[in-house]
Design a protein around this ligand. Sequence first.
Ligand SMILES: [Fe+2]
Ligand SMILES: [Fe+2]
Length: 268
Amino acid sequence: MMQVRNVRIPFGAAPRYWFSGRRAATHLSNALNLLFPVGERFFIRSVRHYVDRVEDDPELMDQIHCFFGQEGNHAREHQRFASFLESQGYEVRPFLDDYERLMSGIVERLMPPVLRLSATAACEHFTASLADNALRSPVFQEMHTEVKSLLLWHAAEEIEHKAVAYDVLRRVDSRYAVRVAGLAIATTLLLVWWAMAFRMLVEQDGMTVGEALADLRSTELDGRHRTPQDVIRSAFKEYLAPGFHPWNHDNSALARDYIETMALTEAA
Ligand SMILES: [Fe+2]
Ligand SMILES: [Fe+2]
């Protein structure tokens, strides 16, 4: 069911607080969006390193090529979104330069390839879990339509390819300790960089981190929406189960239903 969809999202009309006017929630989402281009290119390189180890499995090879295409498109559109944030007056370039230099130049070089793959598989579980939440949440339906298009298209494809890196890892190294080490690395990197991006954005918007967190708590939406913290916490626990596989939870219909209804604008 996987497919590469070369979409281009227009962002021009999205307001500053596109998350239904919620200031800190917008910054929290913007912060995660800033991490995607570098992160997704890291995922592609991590899987590509092992392509020759799975060449005897044509079905998995097809999925890998689709994974590369989808993640490449996500990275491009989120990079455009970063430029959109710059057009709103945020100075994100110094943060992005530091993030890329540290991740691609230092962290990636220090990590052995199998841990890069294992961390990628764990990150894919986190993105697929956040995607599941986004596609089910009535709160996402209320946000500005352009950013919603970006997030829900990305979410649907994250579900489609959620097992690719994991299945490559199983072929390359199926040891539980390697999977858990990747989970620990992925969790640490995700939370540290997400927190730093969030802090950078709220401070540029004239808030302290404490004020932003209070704003987040005050808009936690009466139980209509699982917070990202809840999603990451339960995804972490699921991934620790010895018999874990991404498709133990079959939410393919959720992705398919969204894809069938979305209006795509093809990139030039
Ligand atoms: Fe992605
Ligand atoms: Fe992904």
